[in-house]
Every structure is written in structure tokens, then in C-alpha cells.
Design a protein around this ligand. Structure first.
Ligand SMILES: [Fe+2]
Length: 388
């Protein structure tokens, strides 16, 4: 039962990814159809067939909790057919065999997204080296920069205010892309830690959040018919915004995977992030069961099951440990030799779950978690093992 739940959580994450991209693929086919001239009936029909095919896949995906081999194969086939179709369109455009309002760069952009999705289907592992992390950032930054370029080309020349804003984003994102490529090249030498990547990723998150807001505002203007443009459908502006949200989601996960070099000897206070906090539910159980540390998902699930607490969103246990307290809030974490002191604060109800990056610890080995009140009274101890 518990194992099933863990499996489901992992399956859910990739299922959601696949649902996301299938919806985007359907939209790509729609954008191509809308950009084709009326007399290219055959090509328009082909585009429509892709819309129908991805719609059907979308429905199938909505009715499953797991992807079986047949569905996976259907997905892989549909995506590679769509890539082929997009490549044909691009060839026809550059050979001037097809004249349409589709920009060749846009079609090229749609191809790279489909290839990215194809790789997800064929199951590329989560990025975890600096090189892979930066490759991921390069891919998405390029997508973001191109989105801005398309927005610029779709806006009417009279939309000077929006165009100026878009130009600023173009500058920011082409600079970020350039930096990402430089860092990616440096990461080829496989460093163990590379703190600049952390700083850079934070910069990317900040800029991307602003870009997302800009795209959301532009989408609203298109929907309300308040902007002059050649945007063929508001689905396009919604589409680029959704992809930006997806990038932000990926960045959030990537951030957790970046190992940090210790600038100072690792003693003193640790950083941590709240995974879940609740101040309303009542819990039973003995005092000594209320404080815990977990170094893997099975352990965490077992503990949380005792209290009927839902497992919070995905945590990378390769890099983090999770510490929890029932009816207490966690205030701070301090290291003394091999003891992590967890300072907690009593509350009437609820719980507090946090995650802490393992690389803040100086060495692998057995650590004692000592749960103490702000007055220094020890409430409980737990052991955790940090593997090298
Ligand atoms: Fe897209």
C-alpha cells in the first residue's frame, strides 16, 4: 500500500509532464494549421489530423494513472511523426515552396520543443551534473528568448510601449543565454561544485518570473482585444505563458540539484526550506514519535502515514534530508560535532516539515538529530545516516 503510494507519486510527476507536452503539441499543430495558406488544403488537413491525434492522446492520458507500453509507443510515434511534419514544413519554407505567415524560426522552435518532449518520453534521467543542469537552462533560455522575438514580430509597429518592453526582455534573455552557454562550456570539465551556477540560476528565476508576468499581461490584452497584432489566436499567447511557468517549475527543481561549495567550514547554522506546515490538525501519538528525520521517501512515507499526513511535493533525497516535528515549528538547525540540533517551538496543532541540503554537512556518517526547545530542554533524539 505504502509502496504503491510512492510509485504513484513518481508516476504522477512524469505523467503530468507528459500531459503538459501533449497539450502543447496539439497547440503546435494548431499554430501550423492557422499559418498555412487556404489553398494548401492537403497540408492543412495533415495539421488537423495531428490536432485530432494529440487530442485523442490527451483524452487517453486523462483517463490513466500510469502509462502502459502501448500508450507510450503511441506517444513516441505521434511525436516523431509531428517532428517529421514540422521538418517538412520548415524545408518547404526555406525552399520557398511554401509561402505562409509561419516564420521559419517559429517552426524551428516548434521542432526543438518536440525533440525535447521526445527525449522526455524516451526517458532521459533528471539532470544532475553541472553540464546537464546548464544544458537544461540553455534549452529553456533559448525557448524564452525566441518567444520574445516572436512577440516582437507579432506586435503591430504602433504598439511602441509593448515593443520597448519586449526589446528589453530580448536583451536580458540573450545575455542570460550567452552566460548559460559560457557556463555550460566550463562545466564540460566536470567540476564538483560551481557556486556561480547557483547565483546564475537565481538570476534566471528572477528574470523569468518577470517575463512570465509580461506574457500573462500580453495574453490578457490579446484576449480582451486591446492590442494590435497578428497573433492568430489567444491560444498562442496562453501557450508561451504556460511554457514559461513550466520553465519556472523546472528551475525550482534544478535549484535543489545544484551542489554548493562550502566557502566556510560547515559549522553553525544550516539553511533549510519549509516543505509543509499545518497549524490546524490535531494529532495523537507519543512525544517521542513526534520528532523525526528521514533520508529517503520510504522512511518519510512510513512516518507520515502514522499521522495520516500527506507526502509533500517531490523532494530529491539524493541531496536533501527531511526533518519534521508534530505540534512544533522548527526554528533553526545548528551543527555541533555530529549532532544536528533542531530548535523547535511548541504550538497547539499541526506540524512542520522542512528539507535541508545534505551538502551542508561536513562528512558522511551517522548524525544525531537532537530536538530541543528554545530554552534548551531536549525533547527527543533521532539518528540519521548520511551516505557518501
Ligand atoms: Fe511551444
Amino acid at each position: 500500500m505504502k509502496k504503491e503510494r510512492i510509485k504513484n507519486q513518481i508516476v504522477d510527476d512524469s505523467l503530468n509532464d507528459i500531459r503538459f507536452w501533449v497539450a502543447r503539441m496539439k497547440e503546435h499543430a494548431l499554430f501550423i494549421k492557422l499559418g498555412l495558406p487556404a489553398d494548401r488544403v492537403g497540408l492543412r488537413e495533415e495539421a488537423q489530423d495531428f490536432i485530432d491525434e494529440f487530442e485523442e492522446l490527451e483524452e487517453r492520458l486523462n483517463n490513466v494513472t500510469e502509462i502502459n507500453t502501448e500508450l507510450l509507443q503511441n506517444l513516441i510515434d505521434a511525436v516523431s511523426d509531428l517532428i517529421g511534419f514540422k521538418q517538412d514544413i520548415l524545408n518547404m519554407l526555406v525552399e520557398c515552396e511554401l509561402r505562409s505567415s509561419l516564420m521559419p524560426s517559429l517552426v524551428d522552435h516548434l521542432i526543438s520543443e518536440a525533440i525535447y518532449f521526445q527525449e522526455i518520453l524516451i526517458n532521459t534521467p533528471e539532470p544532475n551534473t553541472f553540464r546537464e543542469i546548464l544544458q537544461e537552462e540553455v534549452f529553456w533560455l533559448q525557448i524564452m528568448e525566441e518567444h520574445v522575438e516572436f512577440i516582437i514580430h507579432l506586435l503591430d509597429p504602433s504598439e511602441k510601449t509593448l515593443l520597448t518592453q519586449a526589446e528589453q526582455f530580448r536583451e536580458i534573455f540573450s545575455r542570460l543565454l550567452e552566460i548559460a552557454r559560457d557556463l555550460e562550456s566550463m562545466a564540460e570539465s566536470l567540476p564538483d561544485c560551481f557556486n556561480t551556477v547557483i547565483r546564475f540560476t537565481n538570476e534566471v528565476i528572477e528574470a523569468t518570473t518577470e517575463l512570465r508576468d509580461f506574457k500573462a499581461a500580453a495574453h490578457e490584452l490579446v484576449e480582451d482585444c486591446q492590442v494590435l497584432s497578428t497573433v492568430p489566436t489567444p491560444i498562442l499567447t496562453a501557450h508561451v505563458r504556460l511554457e514559461t511557468d513550466k520553465f519556472l517549475e523546472e528551475l525550482d527543481e534544478l535549484k535543489d540539484n545544484i551542489p554548493e561549495c562550502d566557502a566556510e567550514p560547515p559549522t553553525g547554522e544550516f539553511d533549510f526550506e519549509t516543505l509543509a506546515r499545518n497549524n490546524t490538525d490535531n494529532f495523537r501519538g507519543r512525544l517521542e514519535e513526534r520528532f523525526f528525520g528521514a533520508t529517503n521517501l520510504v522512511e518519510l512515507t512510513n512516518i507520515l502515514d502514522e499521522f495520516g499526513i500527506q507526502i509533500p511535493s517531490r523532494t530529491d533525497f539524493n541531496r536533501n534530508i527531511v526533518i519534521g516535528a508534530i505540534e512544533y515549528d522548527i526554528d533553526s538547525l545548528n551543527l555541533e560535532n555530529m549532532t544536528i540540533q533542531v530548535v523547535v517551538n511548541r504550538k497547539q496543532r499541526g506540524y512542520h516539515l522542512i528539507k535541508m541540503l545534505k551538502n551542508q554537512l561536513p562528512n558522511p556518517g551517522n548524525y544525531t538529530l537532537e530536538f530541543v526547545t528554545t530554552r534548551g530542554t531536549t525533547l527527543d533524539r533521532d539518528q540519521i545516516n548520511i551516505e557518501s
